[in-house]
Ligand binder design. Structure first.
Ligand code: NAP
Length: 311
């Protein structure tokens, strides 16, 4: 028996249970609420989607959990002192979805859609010089599962693409940077800065006044990772001083974004409701089922999140 521990609406939970059970015919994937006390003692593996930690704590034999989300920051904080291993979703379909979002919103900034929308509201007929994609420099913070595919997509679309990661990388046609000096070097050349970093103790607030000041004047930022990576008041100051031109924000420290937040009304911010890369139920279920089947036959866990570095 494998519990699916989640805080999803009931109909969504039902869809996940059906998809998982269909792909795991030798298992019985059940809602946590269906577990009897006698079942709980023997559970070594759970499938999770933003689980209630108190429910996880009831499973005393739990060895590992498989998340159906790619981002597991909240879970890692809750399990920091626990021996439970966390496997997050690594799904090429999700990476492609994110790459599409990165391309879409990079094009939105590159072709100056916020500027022309403002002009339309003022009935202002004014053409601005077109910058070719090859002259538009896009820096990506994070060259992992999502960052690398996004970088490739941008490069295929003719942009001048750079990327920054913790460890050094060599990726064809992408200028790769690492370390503090690499960050400064890349940021200073980024007309558009895309954030695809995990939220860790090191990346928390990394997009702050000092980093924003290093961006070229008139640059823009896209955050598709986690809200806590950006210092919001520093971002607002950079926009209000016209150092930064625009910010596309899909993620926030508190979601849903509070109705009182000044971000909603800001003329130079595009607010999105965490939609850049939703998990695809079918591809994610395939991957979770494959990983669990391998574990049952070989005892081998898929790649787990590194608790020391937090991602
Ligand atoms: P990943 O495969 O773990 O990649 C993370 C990347 O960030 C890696 O390149 C890593 O460097 C780099 N990195 C981490 N810490 C760093 C540091 N201190 N300095 C420099 N680089 C650092 O993660 P992913 O699957 O691409 O996902 C990234 C994040 O996207 C997730 O954590 C989640 O928050 C977010 N996400 C958002 C949505 C959405 O809908 N908005 C959907 C899915 C995921 P190395 O390569 O050297 O390890």
């Amino acid at each position: 028996m494998i519990p699916f521990i989640n805080q999803l609406p009931k109909d969504e939970e039902v869809r996940w249970l059906a998809a998982l059970n269909q792909r795991l015919p030798n298992e019985n994937v059940v809602s946590f609420s269906e577990l009897k006390s006698s079942d709980k003692a023997g559970i070594e593996l759970a499938i999770v989607a933003n689980p209630n930690i108190d429910e996880l704590a009831e499973l005393k034999s739990l060895i590992w959990v498989h998340s159906v989300w790619a981002g597991v920051e909240h879970l890692m904080l809750s399990l920091a002192n626990s021996s439970i291993d966390v496997v997050r979703l690594m799904d090429p379909t999700l990476s492609q979805t994110m790459a599409e979002a990165v391309l879409a919103w990079s094009l939105y900034l590159h072709r100056e859609m916020p500027r022309y929308a403002k002009q339309q509201r003022k009935k202002q007929w004014q053409q601005h010089q077109l910058v070719p994609a090859s002259k538009r420099r896009i820096g990506i913070l994070g060259l992992g599962e999502l960052g690398q595919v996004s970088a490739k997509q941008l490069q295929i679309n003719g942009f001048n693409v750079m990327g920054w990661s913790r460890t050094e990388k060599a990726i064809e046609n992408i200028s790769c940077f690492s370390g503090d000096s690499g960050l400064a070097e890349m940021v200073a050349q980024s007309d558009i800065l895309v954030c695809l970093l995990p939220l860790t103790s090191i990346t928390k607030g990394i997009i702050n006044k000092s980093l924003l000041n290093q961006l070229p004047t008139g640059s823009a930022i896209i955050n598709f990772a986690r809200g806590g990576i950006i210092n919001t008041s520093d971002l607002l100051a950079a926009l209000d001083s016209n150092h930064l031109n625009h910010a596309v924000l899909d993620v926030f420290e508190h979601e849903p974004l509070n109705a009182e937040s000044e971000l909603w009304q800001h003329p130079d911010i595009t607010v999105l409701p965490h939609i850049s890369a939703p998990t695809n139920l079918n591809s994610a279920s395939d991957i979770v089922a494959k990983n669990i089947t391998t574990y049952r036959t070989t005892g081998q866990l898929p790649t787990t999140v590194n608790k020391l570095i937090g991602y």
